[in-house]
Design a protein around this ligand. Structure first.
Ligand SMILES: CC(C)(COP(=O)(O)OP(=O)(O)OC[C@H]1O[C@@H](n2cnc3c(N)ncnc32)[C@H](O)[C@@H]1OP(=O)(O)O)[C@@H](O)C(=O)NCCC(=O)NCCS
Length: 146
């Protein structure tokens, strides 16, 4: 597996990945991330086939960054793909002198919460009923990088 910046050629695969995961990330939403001037989007791809197996996106403003999304195709979950994407996201943030990363995660999303906790993200807040479908709180998490 390797990581590269997301480009428009990856769009269809990322949208298909999101569609299968049942998220609200539409083609328009992913395209908007590509166009975001302060954005950082990465894809993980399989060496043998070149197919996209995961992606993440975020943005940085000054010394703070926000991770907006990270997702991995079903068949490659629990194989370390999100870990590699997150590590690369953090590395690129450090390269941009970002000192702190924030993110929001649904309280009931145990896989994601455990991913972030494993890599030292700490809960710093809770937004009650932030998500409506399904209804859930958002936990705000933060990691200091420097
Ligand atoms: C959350 C998600 C990105 C994790 O991706 P992944 O590639 O499977 O994660 P990794 O294999 O790198 O796992 C790293 C750690 O995350 C945690 N984790 C991952 N999947 C987990 C699961 N199903 N249950 C519990 N913990 C899990 C574990 O702590 C794991 O470490 P371990 O392997 O030592 O136990 C993936 O499940 C996914 O795409 N989910 C749907 C999209 C989503 O919810 N994104 C996050 C919110 S934006």
């Amino acid at each position: 597996m390797h990581i590269r910046r997301l480009s428009s050629v990856d769009l269809a695969e990322v949208v298909a990945l999101e569609k299968k995961s049942g998220s609200g990330w539409t083609r328009e939403a992913v395209s908007e991330e590509l166009d975001r001037s302060l954005g950082l989007q990465l894809v993980a791809y399989e060496d043998s086939s070149g197919r996209v197996i995961g992606w993440c996106c975020g943005l940085s403003v000054g010394d703070e960054a926000e991770l907006l999304r990270i997702a991995v195709i079903q068949s490659k979950r629990k194989c370390g793909v999100a870990s590699v994407l997150l590590a690369q996201f953090e590395k690129e943030c450090i390269g941009q002198e970002v000192s702190s990363i924030f993110l929001e995660v649904a309280d009931k999303n145990l896989a994601a919460r455990q991913l972030y906790e494993k890599y030292d993200y700490k809960q710093v807040g809770r937004r009650k009923n932030y998500y409506s479908r399904p209804k859930d709180d958002a936990l705000v998490m933060n990691k200091m990088l420097l």
